[in-house]
Design a binder for this molecule. Structure first.
Ligand code: ACO
Length: 311
């Protein structure tokens, strides 16, 4: 069946590494607490770079690796929940910087489920003939919306961006999306709109929800792609917390499948976490072309989106 294929990826993270011990110098926390509760050891924090800079850097790498002429890109979508400027969109700014002259360009805010959401909508656009090549990006500067005095959230978050070039293909490489939301729990993750918004969440509510409801949905994404979880070569969930990642993998009962754990070195980069983790696995040759990878994002909304991609 005709569909779309990820032809190249790229990622970009700020140079500045912040360790748990660095944080323990300014707030009442410890390396031991953060590792035990979250698995996080380091995170990257942008100083000068904006969220648009991060997005453009990752997207530029993906576009160069794809060898696609910018004039042939028909769609640019950025998944983000940390855009400071409402207009122009980050996507429109990235298109301008990369010399993409005439693409549809817009941002999508579906929090940590954002990258899988734009991957699905770009795939749908390509299938509908609305674009032949699409640039999909997850980009976040969470440090812009972090309360650095709140130890329950600031230890979790990081900055970065990941991007993929998606092209029309004779066969389907991006499987059907499984997506949805649970607005009854909508207040569990908050970035509320005042002039200085900061990230807040009911951590235990999100933890319970993630570890009890997501594995069956991830299994559904495999079923919709016509495979069983054991046929996967890799699982790349949103990188929120190592304990959540391990709980979902355990419930899928796939002990031999590679599970991405980039949260350990990058922290939670929201919509950027899945494309950063997948791009790293490809760059490091930890997964080979042809590998079937389950991507599964979840977070604010509460919302989720996931699909199986053939790399
Ligand atoms: N260092 C030391 N102690 C801390 C810290 C810290 N950084 N943060 C909280 N504590 C304390 C609390 O004050 C509390 O103390 P108390 O018992 O004296 O009241 C104690 O540690 C336990 O706090 P909990 O919040 O119950 O800790 P928990 O084990 O639930 O871990 C965590 C918190 C890591 C946030 C966890 O709930 C979690 O990961 N939840 C899911 C978050 C998530 O996945 N969000 C994703 C969606 S949003 C997004 O991705 C952008």
């Amino acid at each position: 069946m005709p569909g779309s294929r990820i032809v190249a990826m790229g990622h970009h993270q700020p140079d500045h590494v912040v360790t748990n011990d660095d944080l323990a110098r300014t707030i009442d926390t410890s390396d031991e607490w953060i590792r035990r509760r979250t698995g996080i050891v380091t995170r990257r924090i942008a100083r000068e770079e904006t969220v648009t800079d991060l997005a453009a850097a990752a997207a530029g790498k993906a576009l160069a690796a794809a060898g696609v002429d910018p004039a042939d890109v028909g769609l640019v979508q950025v998944a983000t929940c940390s855009a400071i400027d409402r207009c122009p969109s980050i996507a429109a700014q990235v298109a301008g910087r990369l010399g993409i002259p005439a693409a549809a360009a817009f941002d999508v805010n579906n929090a940590c489920a954002g990258f899988c959401t734009v991957l699905a909508t770009a795939d749908h656009a390509i299938r509908a003939g609305a674009a032949r090549h699409a640039l999909v990006i997850g980009a976040e500067k969470m440090s812009d919306i972090t309360d650095w005095t709140d130890r329950s959230t600031c230890v979790l978050l990081g900055d970065g961006a990941g991007a993929a070039v998606l092209s029309a293909d004779a066969t389907e490489h991006v499987g059907p999306v499984v997506w949805g939301s649970d607005p009854a729990q909508g207040n569990a993750v908050r970035i509320l709109g005042d002039w200085h918004p900061s990230f807040a969440q009911d951590g235990q509510t999100v933890f319970r929800w993630a570890t009890t409801t997501l594995a069956p949905l991830a299994r559904q994404a495999c079923e919709r792609a016509g495979i069983a979880p054991r046929d996967l070569g890799a699982i790349v969930t949103h990188q929120a917390n190592l304990r959540i990642i391990e709980a979902i993998a355990a419930q899928l009962d796939v002990p031999d499948v590679l599970v991405a754990t980039d949260v350990v070195e990058s922290g939670n980069t929201s919509a950027a976490s899945i494309p950063i983790a997948l791009s790293k696995l490809l760059t490091r040759n930890e997964i080979q072309p042809g590998t079937r990878a389950l991507l599964f994002g979840f977070g604010g909304g509460l919302s989720w989106a996931g699909q199986v991609v053939t790399c």
